[in-house]
Design a protein around this ligand. Structure first.
Ligand SMILES: Nc1ncnc2c1ncn2[C@@H]1O[C@H](COP(=O)(O)OP(=O)(O)OP(=O)(O)O)[C@@H](O)[C@H]1O
Ligand SMILES: [Mg+2]
Length: 382
C-alpha cells in the first residue's frame, strides 16, 4: 500500500499542500524549505498510531500545537492532515484518513481534535465529532487511531501508519552507540540500535540480507568481501568484513573501522530489505562518492520494486537527480514564499515538463530553481 495523495494545511512552514505521491518521491528544495517538515507530517501520523503513542504525546514531543501550526497562518486555524491510501499509484484510493487539530480555548489549552474522518472505498466509516464526543469533549483529546477499541474498522490504516520507518543514518552513532545515551527511545532514525537490530534478526534472514547487501555493495566497494555479523566477548553485536587490498591474511575489519560511506550504505540497504512499509529517508547521498550517489535511484528502485513499498526521500544532490529514469511526477519541488512553502510536482510546471520531455534530467531541468536568489551574497560574508 502507498500514500497516493496528501493534503496539509497549516503544518509547520506549509500553509497549504495538495499533491499526488508515487511509489518513489524525491523532495527537492533549498535549505529550510521544509523537506524534513514534510517527512515529519508522516512521522506524526505514525506517532499517533504506534503503540504507546497518541495525539497528546505526538504533539508534546514536538513542543505543542504552537510549534506545529504554521507561523504565517492568520489567527488560530486548525492544523490539518489528510492522506489517501492506494494499492499502488495506478489505482483508486482504498482508504482516506483526515484529521484536524486545534487547541482548547480555555483551561489547559490541551490539543484537541476538531475532526477525525475515515473513508473506505468512498464510504465514511468514521465521522467525528460524533454524538458521544459532543457529550464528553475529553474524548476529543484522543484519536481513534490510537485506540484499539475504536479502530477495528480501519486497522489496516493503523498497521500501515505505525510501521512507517524514518531513517537519517549517522555513522558515528552506528559505531559508538554507547557514547550517545538515551536508550529506550521508541524511534531510532540515526542508527544507534542498528547493530542490535541486525543481531536480533533470525539467522537465515540475517545471512541472506547480508549476502544481498554485499552483492549490492560490490559495484561501490569492490574490495569489501565476506560481510558477516558477529559478537564480541561481551556479547555486543558487530559487523565484520575483509578488505582485500590489505595484506593477504590481514584480519577482518569491524564496523568501527568501516568508512562513513560504507556504514551508511549498509544501513540504507538493510532498511530497504527490512520491511515493506513506507520508508522516509533523509539525504541518502551524505558521505557518498558522486558515482555511487548517481546509482542510488536505480538501486533503490530495484530493491523497492520487489517489495512494492513506497520511499519518500529528501535530497540536495544533483548526482542523485541526474538519473534520467526519474520522472517529473516523482519530484516534489519546495519553493519558500512569504506565505509559506509551496509544493509542486516538477511535472506540473510547464517549463520543466518541456525540458524533461526534451531529454534533460531533473538535475538539469529543475535544480537551478532551488538555489536561493540571494546566494551570491554569501561571497560577501567576511
Ligand atoms: N510552525 C512553523 N511555522 C513556520 N515555519 C516553521 C514552523 N516550524 C518550523 N518552521 C521552519 O521550517 C524550516 C525548517 O524546515 P526543514 O527542516 O523541513 O527544512 P529542510 O528543507 O529539511 O532543510 P535542510 O535541507 O536544511 O535539511 C525552518 O526555517 C523553520 O523555521
Ligand atoms: Mg532537512
Amino acid at each position: 500500500m502507498i500514500i497516493s495523495h496528501i493534503v496539509l494545511k497549516n503544518w509547520r512552514n506549509f500553509r497549504s499542500v495538495d499533491v499526488d505521491l508515487r511509489e518513489r518521491i524525491f523532495l527537492v528544495g533549498p535549505n529550510a524549505s521544509g523537506k524534513s517538515n514534510f517527512l515529519d507530517s508522516l512521522r506524526f501520523l505514525r506517532d499517533l498510531a504506534k503503540p504507546g503513542g497518541g495525539l497528546q504525546k505526538a504533539i508534546t514531543d514536538r513542543g505543542g500545537v504552537s510549534k506545529i501550526r504554521c507561523l504565517s497562518a492568520r489567527r488560530d486555524p486548525k492544523v490539518e492532515i489528510s492522506i489517501s491510501l492506494s494499492e499502488d499509484s495506478t489505482r483508486e484510493p482504498t482508504w482516506k484518513y483526515e484529521i484536524g487539530i486545534t487547541q482548547q480555548t480555555r483551561g489547559y489549552r490541551q490539543p484537541v481534535l476538531s475532526y477525525e474522518r475515515v473513508w473506505k472505498d468512498n464510504r465514511k466509516v468514521v465521522d467525528r465529532p460524533n454524538n458521544d464526543d459532543k457529550k464528553d469533549e475529553l474524548r476529543l483529546t484522543q484519536t481513534f487511531l490510537e485506540q484499539v477499541n475504536a479502530n477495528a474498522d480501519f486497522r489496516e490504516i493503523v498497521k500501515f501508519l505505525e510501521s512507517i520507518l524514518y531513517l537519517h543514518l549517522i555513522p558515528q552513532l552506528v559505531r559508538h552507540p554507547e557514547a550517545f545515551g538515551t536508550p529506550g527511545l521508541s524511534e531510532d532514525p540515526f542508527g544507534r540500535t542498528f547493530l542490535e537490530r541486525v543481531a536480533k534478526t533470525p539467522e537465515r534472514t540475517r545471512k541472506s540480507r547480508l549476502t544481498k547487501i554485499e552483492d549490492a555493495l560490490r559495484s561501490a566497494l569492490p574490495q569489501l568481501k565476506n560481510l558477516t555479523d558477529t559478537k564480541d566477548e561481551m556479547g555486543v553485536p558487530h559487523l565484520e568484513a575483509v578488505y582485500e587490498h590489505w595484506r593477504p591474511g590481514a584480519g577482518k575489519q569491524r564496523e568501527d573501522q568501516f568508512s562513513d560511506g560504507t556504514l551508511r550504505l549498509i544501513g540504507l540497504f538493510w532498511s530497504l530489505l527490512e520491511t515493506d512499509s513506507l520508508l522516509l529517508l533523509e539525504e541518502p547521498e551524505l558521505s557518498l562518492n558522486s558515482g555511487i550517489v548517481s546509482k542510488l535511484p536505480s538501486l533503490i528502485y530495484r530493491l523497492q520494486r520487489s517489495k512494492k513499498r513506497q520511499i519518500i526521500l529528501s535530497t540536495h544532490s544533483a548526482d542523485l537527480l541526474s538519473d534520467k529514469g526519474i520522472g517529473g511526477e516523482e519530484v516534489l519541488l519546495m519553493t519558500p514564499t512569504s506565505e509559506g512553502t509551496q509544493v509542486e510536482a516538477a511535472s506540473s510546471i510547464q517549463d520543466i515538463k518541456l525540458l524533461l520531455e526534451g531529454g534533460l534530467s531533473i538535475a538539469d531541468a529543475a535544480l537551478s530553481r532551488t538555489v536561493p536568489a540571494t546566494v551570491d551574497q554569501l561571497a560577501l560574508f567576511k
